[in-house]
Design a protein around this ligand. Sequence first.
Ligand code: ADP
Length: 632
Amino acid sequence: MSEALLNLSFTLAAFVFNVTLCVLVTVYGTEDKHKNLTFRNFTYILLIGNVITICDVFFRRSAIVYIPYTLRLIIYVLSFLSNVMLTYFFAKYAESFFQTNKRRKFFSTLNDIILVGLFATAFVCFFLTLPHISDDKYSYLLPSVPKLILAYYSELYYLLYAMVVFLVNARDLNKRARITAAAAFTVTISVIIFELFNPTEIYFNYFGAILGLYIFYIGVETPDYKNLMATMKELEIARLKADEANRSKSEFLANMSHEIRTPINAVVGMNEMILREAHEPEIIEYSHNIESAGRGLLSIINDILDFSKIEAGKMELHEGPYKSGSLISDIAVMLSVKAKEKNLQFDVDVNETLPDGLIGDEVRVRQIVVNVLNNAIKYTEKGGVRLAVDYTRVADICTLIFKVSDTGIGIKKEDLPKVFEKFDRVDMEKNKTIEGTGLGLAIVKRLLSMMNGSIDVESEYGKGSTFTLRVPQKVDKDEAIGDYRKKFNSSFATQDGYKELFLAPDAEILVVDDTVVNLTVVKALLKKTQIRIDVAKSAAEALVKTVQKHYDTILLDNRMPGMDGAEALPIMRTQEGGLNHETPIICLTADAISGARERYLAEGFTDYLTKPIESVALELMLLKYLPQDKVK
Ligand code: ADP
């Protein structure tokens, strides 16, 4: 086959491929209409270029048919322009893969300016002898270097630009797009290089270009793939929106909990004063009702807060050494009071060889066991509740086994898997008078899984249920807890009726809180201890008092308008002429979020107390920090 025919057949083959691709993107690309049109435009431009090239090859290069010089010149200029346009659109196509930024916008404008310049060049070329034009005898003239550059530089510039755009931003592409772009570039650029150094007059460029385009089409431009990518983008946007909404929800809950806890603090505290001082049975009964409603509300808020923390992945465990004996004793004391209120039998059975010194998150272990025991009492009307504590041990890991059995309403077999779901409450016709949010066991289960523990339930409907909790903890000291019952009974004895733990008429403390009712509550709670109490309604007021008097302990509210507790603390510690540089300063906070304790201690507070302030907790805290000689 002659060179001329070979040349023509390559160009025609490129044309056939190109027409096919144009049909494909036109017919199947329609779903894409409002999205990325660049690829389609690119394909059309290629087709126009291809037609011009066929003319170029047919009339000029191969000189199969003789045409006058001027006509050949026109065809040359058109072919030059179509090459330029093609690479220009390829640069645009490369840009369409990425989001526009300032730099890309700049280069995109620069590309437009260069394009205008090239059109001007083409106009000039029209009047000059041109690189690739053959002489009148149709033989090919190798152009001079400047002309060669003129003919190719623009195309090379745009191609290079497209390549750089892909390379610089490759990380933003998925693997498939990266491989596609790399394959398309390799094919197209190899063909162009081959063409550049090709001694014959066979013209391959369009063949290379259409191959590259097919690779892009198969790789990333098929409608199915485009739809998938568009859907994934929508999903990503939806995910971001959901994350944002979840964040605001958590923030809202944290703020709400603070806002709600503060007034409950006042209600529960004031109510406690009524309980202590009232003598009429009716008033005492009302007051008891207020107390139980207040505590109920508080526990709901805590549940919601805990759950939203767990859901947001922000719940953290804070491990430390603790005594299993005191943990079990606290739990037993607390729950025996509740069982007694419902006239239920309450038994605790503890394996005496259980190691006393453990390491774990005591607060969360207590929360888990109390929650399950609370349910047992809540869902039992007669009979009793039993807590059995046992353990298994492997090396220094002791798995605590808490078995909570009740003789309550039981759970139907089909409902058993549901009890650990959030907001799921089962057997509602029987349970509708029992208050609950359905969050308790969901929290228990999630906390346990954070501790690598587990919870199982067995139940016989109408007869009772047994929940078994397994909590792995590290052993700190090997000492056994021994006869635990003695401890339990002695603590239990102190629970009937309020009696102040100590008297300290010589002790002086300062209480700082912007909510006046809180100051009144603390004063009232400590009335019988005879402690002398100064109050301040702001950090600024407190800072005046701390230079006037030495206090044995300072209770400092954390959240106050103007200067807050955390800001006032370092000033108190260092203030010039201050008399309280060493005084224990206890943070008062409504913030019950886990991790709060560590945060306050890190900020320099000696300790912290959560609101609503409980009288026993307050007295125990003061007992710990007041000078021994002032306490009776
Ligand atoms: P709630 O706030 O409703 O008590 P929980 O998550 O603690 O939520 O419990 C989920 C459901 O499991 C309860 O609504 C109740 O139907 C059932 N349940 C939990 N503990 C017991 C039990 N000891 N006896 C019978 N039913 C129980």
